[in-house]
Design a protein around this ligand. Sequence first.
Ligand SMILES: Nc1ncnc2c1ncn2[C@@H]1O[C@H](COP(=O)(O)OP(=O)(O)OP(=O)(O)O)[C@@H](O)[C@H]1O
Ligand SMILES: [Mg+2]
Length: 327
Amino acid sequence: MSTLVEVKNLKKYFPITGGVLDRKIGDIKAVDNISFTIRKGETLGLVGESGSGKSTTGRLLLRLLEATDGSITFEEKEVTKLSTKEVKALREDMQLIFQDPFASLNPRHTVEKILEEPLIVHKKGTKEERKKMVRKMIEVVGLDSYHLKRYPHQFSGGQRQRIGIARALMTQPKLIIADEPVSALDVSIQSQVLNLLKDLQEEFKLTYLFIAHDLSVVRQISDRVGVMYLGTLVELTDAEKLYEKPLHPYTEALLSAVPIPDPEVKSQSEDVLGGEIPSPSNPPKGCVFHTRCKACMEICKKVRPEFKEMEPGHYVACHLYEEDMQH
Ligand SMILES: Nc1ncnc2c1ncn2[C@@H]1O[C@H](COP(=O)(O)OP(=O)(O)OP(=O)(O)O)[C@@H](O)[C@H]1O
Ligand SMILES: [Mg+2]
């Protein structure tokens, strides 16, 4: 499988300012040196607790945010160096699906207008052709043409997400960044939308970066999964391998906290992991996970472990698996 996106040593620091002069007094290290690839046609899942840097990563790929350092290659183009005009062209190929489509759908526009807009922005087709494309797309996502005359508030949450997906597909993108696309939906509706995303992936040869904090949702759709903690990637491998044989103590802890189908029950990760996630403005020295790690060694407090390929295709950043530690 060829590579669609290559991310290398990517960083995004948000400045913290303070004092009377509003001077910079520190940084929030939202994304702190991550590297990964997204293969053409796959779904790469990205999981991690709240604040681990998942959305920031997605927004950096789309150039909705400027990177502090590092590179993002999308089909041989360096995303971090594109001109304004080139960014516009990039957005045709890379689209975003949001957690809350309601907030992103203009309440005063009909669905027809909402779906036509990306075509107008990217100067695609004549008025007649655009109308035809819109009619086709509404059916592709499982709605009907009579829905086109309605307004966003007239739909259920699941239907609204279908409209959000239809809008993202209008420009025939290659990569879809789906940021918690089903987190706001009921469990029964979640699987319908996940199935729709899977069908669309096949039909339109799409590549997905699928972001979610819910490991079981990510498992349902991903070919490979990356686990983020405090702005870093701690592990990345095939979905099956990750769930069956996780290497990183953080992944293990997250997985042991997983089976909570009841949405009323809060994530148990805090219990399993012990303590709260540290602040990204003052991350622990050495391995950022060491303060909560059951397998913490002296070296972990001092040296940040490298994100290395420990087995073919299985990347992990942990001193437990470094060769010199095993002998
Ligand atoms: N525009 C911003 N300015 C300052 N800090 C920010 C900004 N955007 C994100 N952050 C901070 O960066 C860190 C990572 O945030 P991000 O939204 O990427 O996390 P996330 O993994 O998507 O979390 P969640 O699961 O809650 O959506 C957080 O500490 C957040 O407060
Ligand atoms: Mg987020």
